[in-house]
Design a binder for this molecule. Structure first.
Ligand code: GDP
Ligand code: MG
Length: 665
């Protein structure tokens, strides 16, 4: 059996960087059982020895406030790691040592503390007496700069030595004021000589019980039964009544005090706050007005970057797939088979794959913004605004990403710690028009509104964003109720981001997009091909697709749209830009712009075109998006999102059409 090394630390301390430095390329990415939290494992090799390194989710404590914390805590407590490497951001010691204390408090002994980002700490004028820190903590402290690899060799050596049992530790454990200590003592005595005492640290259990940690309460209940549990909880109730404040808050604040006292003994010099470049930048970037302006600029630049670079690539891929189709088509004799391969597989998958550059670049841009530390500032600026809709400032980021593509946007909701916030953000995300829908909106606006085209297009954007935010408010009030999460955000130091890291990260992320294109979309593309070619080809009115459209016409008629719209919208579920392409096929003009425009204009009024554009943005999300929601939140929520969008689109479509008709548009 391989010895197991667990990496624990706050988010953004350099865990992944150190994980990569320890394991090289021998990595495996999956999920923790039963949850969508990413699990990374890798093999570390040192002088012929192999160890399994597990990257735990980044957490601020082990209080089990979120799935991430629960996953990390369970692994530390139940997973029996041979060595725990606690990575600490040296430039942010007070907050980071909170987790260190939480880890040591569980009774784990084979712990190594890694003081990472030592370069940043030094730049800020912070010097740390490492020997003294080591002595006080009672566990080895290794200084690293994961960026340039300083200290990694020493870390590897220490890990191996500790895994072999060659290092004795005397971990420090936080202590609290005497009255709290008495209660901890009292509760842990009640747990003595029970089945729990062999497996868990009783002091830790007692502290968690006093904090009313629901998972620990369940654990104790399972082992000791209801009577004993009631007795303990009864006592805790009395203690709480004396304090008049939840004990978990009291314990946490005393833990901070303990750390603060400790730190005074090994942090040598700290420069006064407010003088660093970092703080000066923050004053501008988190300012209520300048912050918003900079935010607008930054995101404008992001999209400019993505589309300037990505659009030519997209067109190139689009053309390449088209010519690949032609070439392959020439070699296939059977007409049916040719249709399947050329139109179905190459055409279908190609149209989605051609969006890959945009998705990839969006990830790169995001990664750069995140690594530079800017995203946290954007979240602060948006906090005030997003709160009005019941969401935290952070959920603004997935909303913005959605303008590029909803798939990465939905994956980006992972940065939201709170499950409720995350679900709401995910569910309303598809209402924000992505770049595929931009194609439809701009086409229809251009075809029907000529000089007012941009106004109409921008209008549709605003309406859909407004509906998305309003939906968030409504979902939060009536469907996914729960406490709004408190506003906690860390402002990491600004850093010069690394392109290499950004590209590697983005590639990892985009692989998921590619995998989807390879599976769901392939099936969808084949279905489209089948429905539009059997029993006769589309354009004659007799294909299955057209028949389905006609069957649905009574419903779309309510919004003033005929069966052609119904067919197009169905095909749009595969990929939204199909809405226009399908019209091309029905009219038998392909994608020849001018011909399609004039045919559509004779068949539709501007009001109908407006409704179609609006419906296209709001109705069922595309398959890749539904797949992303399913992967992140489960089938149930993917279903809810689909139904919700469909209902919403229908209601709004009917309303707008009838209001518009009444007002004589
Ligand atoms: P994680 O969230 O804990 O996995 O952190 P990452 O490994 O993703 O690192 C977060 C950011 O900190 C990245 O931009 C890293 O390049 C940067 N970083 C990591 N270690 C160091 C370090 O020792 N010094 C400096 N200056 N930056 C670092
Ligand atoms: Mg990481």
């Amino acid at each position: 059996m391989l010895k197991v090394v667990a990496l624990a630390g706050n988010p953004n301390v350099g865990k992944t960087t150190i994980f990569n430095a320890l394991t090289g390329l021998r990595q495996h990415v999956g999920n923790w059982p039963g949850v969508t939290v990413e699990k990374k494992e890798g093999i570390m090799e040192y002088r012929g020895q192999e160890l399994l390194v597990v990257d735990l989710p980044g957490t601020y404590s082990l209080m089990a406030n979120s799935i991430d914390e629960l996953v990390a805590r369970n692994f530390l407590i139940e997973g029996n790691p041979d060595v725990v490497v606690n990575i600490v951001d040296a430039s942010n010691l007070l907050r980071n040592l909170f987790l260190t204390m939480e880890i040591l408090e569980t009774g784990l002994e084979r712990v190594i503390v890694v003081l990472n980002k030592i370069d940043v700490a030094r730049k800020n004028g912070v010097e740390i007496d490492v020997k003294e820190m080591e002595r006080l903590l009672g566990v080895p402290v290794i200084v690293t700069n994961a960026r340039d690899g300083t200290g990694i060799e020493e870390l590897k050596r220490t890990i191996v030595a500790m895994a072999e049992g060659g290092i004795k530790t005397r971990p420090i454990i936080p202590t609290y004021e005497p009255e709290i200590e008495r209660e901890i003592e009292h509760v842990s005595r009640a747990l003595e000589n029970t089945p729990l005492s062999a497996r868990y640290n009783l002091r830790w259990l007692a502290i968690k019980l006093l904090s009313r940690d629901s998972e620990v309460i369940k654990l104790v209940l399972r082992h000791l039964g209801k009577d004993k549990m009631d007795e303990i909880l009864g006592h805790i109730g009395e203690v709480e009544a004396r304090y008049k404040r939840p004990l978990d808050l009291i314990i946490a604040s005393q833990k901070y005090e303990f750390i603060d006292n400790l730190m005074h003994r090994f942090v040598i010099h700290e420069r006064a706050e407010g003088t660093t470049l970092n703080d000066q930048l923050d004053r501008v970037l988190t300012h209520p007005i300048w912050g918003l302006l900079s935010l607008a600029l930054v995101f404008y630049a992001l999209f400019k970057f993505v589309f300037t670079l990505g659009t030519p690539m997209q067109e190139f891929l689009d053309n390449s797939f088209a010519s690949l189709g032609t070439t392959v088509g020439e070699h296939i004799g059977s007409e049916t088979l040719r249709g399947l391969i050329v139109d179905g597989v190459i055409g279908g998958v190609g149209s989605v794959l051609s969006f890959f550059p945009l998705v990839f670049l969006l990830f790169v841009g995001m990664s750069i913004l995140e690594d530079s530390g800017y995203m946290a500032r954007a979240a602060v600026v948006m906090e005030r605004i997003m709160r009005k809709f019941g969401l935290p400032g952070k959920s603004f980021i997935p909303m913005v990403l959605a303008f590029g593509c909803n798939v990465p946007a939905i994956m980006a909701t992972r940065t939201l710690e709170d499950e409720r916030d995350r679900l709401i953000t995910m569910l309303v995300n598809p209402l924000v028009p992505c770049s595929a829908r931009m194609v439809v909106i701009t086409f229809l606006a251009g075809a029907f509104f000529e000089e007012h085209a941009s106004l109409v297009a921008v209008g549709i954007y605003f309406v859909s964003i407004f509906i998305a935010l309003l939906s968030a408010l409504i979902l939060g009030k009536f469907v996914i109720r729960g406490e709004e999460s408190p506003f906690v955000i860390e402002l990491p130091e600004y850093e010069v981001p690394s392109w290499k890291v950004a590209i590697i990260h983005s590639w990892e992320r985009s692989k998921e997009f590619l995998r989807k294109a390879g599976t769901v979309i392939l099936v969808g593309a084949i279905a489209i091909w089948y429905l539009s070619n059997y029993p006769v080809a589309m354009g004659s009115g007799g294909s299955y697709a057209e028949r389905i459209g006609m069957a649905l016409e009574p419903i779309t008629k309510l919004m003033g749209l005929d069966w052609r719209a119904a067919v197009s919208l169905i095909f749009g579920i595969i990929a939204k830009e199909n809405v226009i392409a399908t019209y091309g096929v029905i009219y038998g003009v392909g994608e020849e712009n001018a011909a399609l425009v004039s045919l559509m204009r004779t068949a539709m009024t501007p009001l109908q075109a407006f409704v179609l554009a609006l419906i296209t943005t709001l109705y069922i999300p595309c398959i890749a998006t539904i797949g992303a929601i399913r992967a992140e939140a489960g089938s149930k929520w993917a279903g809810v999102a689909t139904l919700y969008n469909l209902t919403l689109a229908t209601i709004i479509g009917v309303l707008v059409y009838h209001l518009g008709t009444l007002m004589g548009w």
